[in-house]
Design a protein around this ligand. Structure first.
Ligand code: GLC
Length: 467
């Protein structure tokens, strides 16, 4: 029997070396400049994986209408009319070191700031357009000021750069574009196809591709080391072909080889065209996976979810769905418990302030992180062998072999049972005050003996040193 199996396997290898072949093919498909072993990639991303928590900043002309960063699209505001914001943009109260201190206090380790959003306005000084901050009444490169301030507080720097551009004369019209010819009385999606086609005849996307490359070269040359690049985004009408995503990424990697790039260039069908996936305003059910293009196996991938305090990314004066401190904290914990990163957004006002609601959210997080951040940094999903009691979230520090039990609802009866934990625990304490938690075996389980009164922190954490 064994002989037959061996012969069969040898034969099948000889005649059907499928995996070996396709893998080889895949290898050949990886552009030379993108070659990297999985170990090298993990090493490049190590700081990011350990830091877990960053600040997203959406700030642009759209902070003036204060009606969402897509206001130009939603209200189909023509470029000429939108110009009033450009002419009045003057964030006189802008003090990026204050923002940096607030981000740092909240435990954020990196910042991703918008250099250009879909509206096309550049928040940095660029040689390639006049539609930039240095030509507004404000007159200074506020990206530079921000980069310097955040760096001084020890945060890493990332840039968000919109692939979509509703201002550039060579960006082809599609239904999203505020000036795209629409059908009389038609909805957002109902465009006048013939008129759009005609209008696009004078628009040369290769010029726009070059514009993006020029600007990315500026951003990745003039501001020191840039650690994350968030390019946004691809959709049915525009994808890797329209952006020349491969050429763009090649340039990016040549200028900043260590940079970590999101997945919105529409290169998800490759192994090399993205570093992490970026679910937006949602919570994945479990650690994100993607099908490997060669082996077709679902594999776990690095992921970073971006989230808002309220519904809008840009400052929105009248938006009211602000998340509570508790919601924000459990979001952060849940993300880490599933092996992901959280990029949490602020949308500063056009005066240059983080408004009172966002400030309150940040300081709520800061209060918790001050004493509990050990359960976030360097942590990830807990190994399967550790069961999760009801109303808790687990994170795990694999190097230190410490398990963190986040107790979302503090038990009424002074006890929490950890099923199947017998002989696994060395020592346990409440994280925020380092007070011992005694425990006892109960068959295969362990009962933690908790104080009746919830520790004085929004979501208490029990730190368990494992054997
Ligand atoms: C979306 C939106 C945008 C926001 C971004 C954040 O793609 O178009 O306004 O900047 O996601 O992830």
């Amino acid at each position: 029997m064994r002989k037959i199996i061996i012969i069969c396997s040898v034969l099948s290898l000889a005649f059907f070396p499928r995996t070996a072949l396709t893998q080889e093919k895949q290898e050949q498909n990886v552009p030379q400049w993108a070659k990297e072993t999985p170990e090298q990639k993990a090493e490049r991303m190590a700081w990011w994986t350990n830091d877990r928590f960053g600040m997203f900043i959406h700030w642009g002309l759209y902070s003036m209408p204060s009606r969402h960063e897509w206001v130009m699209h939603y209200e189909r505001i023509p470029i000429a009319e939108y110009r009033k914001y450009f002419e009045h943009f003057n964030p006189d109260l802008y003090n990026p070191s204050e923002w940096a201190k607030e981000a740092k206090a909240a435990g954020m380790k990196y910042v991703v700031v918008g250099a250009k959003h879909h509206e096309g306005f550049c928040m940095f000084d660029t040689k390639y357009t006049d539609y930039k901050v240095t030509n507004t009444p404000y007159g200074k490169d506020l990206i530079r000021e921000l980069v310097d301030a955040f760096r001084a507080e020890g945060l890493r720097i990332g840039f968000y750069y919109s692939l979509i551009d509703w201002h550039h004369p060579d960006f082809p019209y599609d239904w999203m574009h505020p000036e795209c010819p629409h059908l009389e009385g038609g909805t957002m999606m109902e465009i006048d196809t013939a008129a759009t086609k005609k209008a696009n005849e004078t628009r040369d996307i290769t010029k726009y591709q070059q514009y993006m490359k020029n600007q990315l070269a500026e951003l990745l040359t003039n501001y020191g080391q840039i650690d994350e690049l968030f390019l946004d985004f691809s959709y049915y009408e525009k994808g890797h072909k329209q952006w020349d995503s491969e050429g763009l990424l090649k340039l990016v990697r040549s200028l900043q080889p260590q940079i970590i790039v999101d997945d919105r260039l529409d290169l998800l069908h490759t192994t090399w065209g993205w570093d992490f996936v970026s679910p937006e305003q949602t919570m994945p059910e479990k650690w994100e996976t993607r099908k490997h293009p060669v082996t077709e196996k679902e594999i776990r991938v690095p992921w970073e979810t971006c989230q808002t305090f309220s519904g809008s990314w840009g400052y929105h004066r009248d938006e009211a769905s602000w998340k509570s401190n508790r919601q924000l904290l459990s979001m952060l914990i849940e993300v880490v418990s599933k092996g992901g990163n959280l990029l949490l957004n602020v949308g500063p006002t056009s005066r240059g302030l983080i408004d009172y609601r966002a400030k309150a959210s940040l300081s709520g997080i800061a209060r918790w992180m001050e004493v509990n951040s050990r359960s976030i940094y360097n942590c990830t999903e807990a190994p399967e062998e550790f069961s999760r009691p009801a109303n808790t979230l687990l994170t795990y520090n694999p190097k230190a072999k410490i398990l963190y039990v986040h107790v979302l609802t503090w038990p009424t009866f002074k006890s929490l049972t950890l099923e199947g934990y017998k002989d696994k625990i060395k020592y346990a304490q409440i994280l925020n005050d380092g007070s011992e938690i005694r425990f006892r075996d109960k068959n295969e389980n362990v009962e933690l003996l908790l104080p009746l009164i919830q520790p004085d922190t929004e979501i208490p954490v029990i730190e368990i040193f494992l054997k």
